[in-house]
Design a protein around this ligand. Structure first.
Ligand SMILES: Nc1ncnc2c1ncn2[C@@H]1O[C@H](COP(=O)(O)OP(=O)(O)O)[C@@H](O)[C@H]1O
Ligand SMILES: [Mg+2]
Length: 412
């Protein structure tokens, strides 16, 4: 048998034969606590598990299953013990046939509706649509069918928490079992790594990602991450920052708006800190004049200046404005618009004090970073998203952080 290095609580689950498990098993808790790794020995056990129906591995997308689960699993079993077709999701693992299904991939619900499922391994289940999860459960009719799911915590109103984890009836009938993990349950992490992870989070983010608690996201989003130390006066800008050789990269994130404000930020990366040196902020409602895409593109060209050394990143949906930029030969790329993941990264950038906003020339952005708030009404429905008011500078900065800040720099 393969040897895994698990903490005692993880080990109890990992080496328990599927016969002894409940129909639904959920591993929840902190980041890096070893939740996904628990699935590896379980998957290997399940290869020999005699149950009707298909065996499936699901995640948000086939690609995320491949990245988060399969690459390690393949390393563990070795090249002779698997074959995988990344297009169809057909997987042969230790002599047993599996299907990999991405919950958000096109047509996946229809696909699963036609299956009978005996074993399902679900990574990051809270990120799947509830309808997919319900469909999956409804297909698990064989006797002895087992579902194993991992999840980071989310809102306490999230469907997974409210309808499954907090459902006393499912527990009383031994239909559902769950375990809560923290990084202390993962003996593979060196203490320095645990400490560096902890430094990335504060407040709500700390409770959720480090303590692994299902806490509600409420109030001002960056309230625990924001501080005066993130501001600077023009006289404190590093000498030569804006000239060639004074910075590694110059990035201009754009939050596109026509009736809403249009924002550009001028960000210089000196290799250590991100300097938010200027903002362009046109609020057509306040100015009583709406600009055309062509006028905005002219303003952007002027904002960039004659050096033309900036990379513009922009909301992928702003098609008409992108066309205007292309016409003018302005170098641009799509921003990654994963909102909640972007917010998490911004909070890390702020916690690590990796950004400096100019007190005098980025006032709207500074203001909005502090008032950017969670939508309380949506939260009641278990949905987490920011309020769409006074969010323009904060959105532009989020695009920048999610698209341009590499993970290794956060954790350094
Ligand atoms: N049994 C194990 N053997 C070796 N490394 C492990 C083991 N369990 C966890 N790890 C290490 O810990 C990291 C975090 O575990 P993971 O399962 O990805 O956490 P989570 O899914 O809770 O975020 C993994 O990337 C891996 O390096
Ligand atoms: Mg994981």
């Amino acid at each position: 048998m393969l040897r895994f290095n698990f903490g005692p609580r993880v080990e109890r689950f990992a080496v328990r034969p599927p016969e002894k498990d409940c129909p639904i098993n959920i591993l929840e808790g902190a980041v890096r606590s070893g939740k996904t790794w628990c699935l590896h020995p379980k998957a290997i056990y399940c290869c020999d598990y005699d149950v009707g129906g298909r065996k499936v591995i699901t995640g948000v997308s086939k690609q995320s299953v491949y990245n988060n689960v399969l690459t390690d699993l393949f390393d563990i079993v070795g090249p002779r013990n698997y074959s995988y077709n990344r297009n169809t999701g057909q997987l042969r693992l230790c002599g047993s046939e599996w299907l990999v299904i991405g919950a958000k991939d096109e047509g996946s619900e229809r696909y699963i509706r036609g299956l009978t499922v005996g074993v399902a391994l679900c990574d990051e289940v809270s990120l799947m649509p509830q309808s997919f999860f319900q469909m999956l459960l409804s297909r698990m009719s064989p006797e002895g069918a087992r579902l194993y799911a991992t999840t980071n915590p989310d809102s306490p109103y999230h469907w997974l928490k409210a309808e499954y984890l907090d459902n006393p009836e499912l527990r009383a009938k031994r239909i559902l079992w769950s375990e809560h993990f923290t990084m202390a349950d993962n003996p593979n992490l060196v203490p320095e790594f645990v400490e560096s992870q902890k430094r990335l989070y504060t407040g709500f983010f700390y409770k959720r990602f480090i303590e692994g608690l299902w806490v509600v996201a409420e109030g001002a989003i960056y309230k625990d991450s924001w501080s005066e130390g993130l501001l600077y006066d023009p006289k404190d800008e590093p000498l030569g920052l804006r000239v060639r050789g004074g910075h590694v990269q110059r990035i201009i994130p754009v939050d596109y708006g026509t009736t809403n404000p249009m924002v550009f930020l001028d960000i210089y990366d000196d290799g250590k800190l991100y300097w938010i040196t200027r903002e362009y902020y046109w609020d057509s409602a306040k100015q009583l004049r709406q600009k055309t895409d062509a006028e905005y593109a002219d303003d952007l060209a002027e904002f960039i200046g004659p050096q033309r050394n900036a990379k513009v990143i922009i909301d992928p949906s702003a098609a008409s404005f992108k066309a205007e930029m292309t016409k003018r030969g302005i170098w641009h790329a799509d921003a990654d618009n994963d909102v909640n993941e972007g917010i998490r990264i911004v909070s890390m950038v702020l916690n690590q004090r990796m950004a400096r906003f100019c007190r005098q020339t980025t006032q709207n952005t500074i203001q909005e970073m502090q008032t950017y708030a969670w939508d309380a009404k949506a939260a009641q429905r278990g949905e987490e998203k920011p309020l769409k008011i006074h969010d323009h500078g904060a959105d532009a900065f989020r695009y920048f952080a999610k698209t341009e800040v590499p993970y290794w720099r956060l954790a350094a």
